[in-house]
Design a protein around this ligand. Sequence first.
Ligand code: 5RP
Length: 212
Amino acid sequence: MSGSKINVAKQAINFLENKLSEKMIIGIGTGTTVNFFIEELKTYKHRFDGVVSSSDRSSAILKDAGIKVYELNGVNDIAFYIDGADEVSEDYSLIKGGGGAHTREKIVASASNHFICIVDKSKLVKNLGAFALPIEVIPESRSLVSRKILSLGGIPTYRQGFVTDQGNQIIDVTNLDLQNPLEVEYQINGIAGVVDNGIFAINKPKTVLVSD
Ligand code: 5RP
């Protein structure tokens, strides 16, 4: 499995190599696949300006690698955003948030000009939904959101002991009908107390790189 993740991280570097430029800012996702990408990116750190990171975990790894990390509020333009996913459907809709970082990941993805998703082929699915959908919630609203999810037919499980970078909690939801992911992304985000959910149908990747 890690061989596949290293392989797709190398594919992403090959894709980017001749597009890097001195003033370029790159968005960086979160997760084990992205960690391999950061390892590859290290060698090229003098060929771009810096990055915007989607999590405290990735920021720490990037800083250790000697890569400059900017706050999103401090940059105008993010050329590329590179991130993994938990599921990728045939139309490039995603489920993300297995690592609980999907809220900031979605923000950085939407701020970038070109979202490149990097996955091994085990993440490819016909339709989304086998992977439990992560929903970040304001702690006080966890029970309320869980009841609303039950009324939509979903089965919510509280991710015990996990706190997001924003100080919130995660509910992982199974049994939802995700045949129309765009609609469900909007519907869940319309529930009071939801910060964001892990469906990426509004912000789909432009490029999906896959390894065996
Ligand atoms: C984190 C994510 C990750 O991209 C997703 O969980 C995939 O992780 P990995 O590369 O470790 O398989 O969405 O919130």
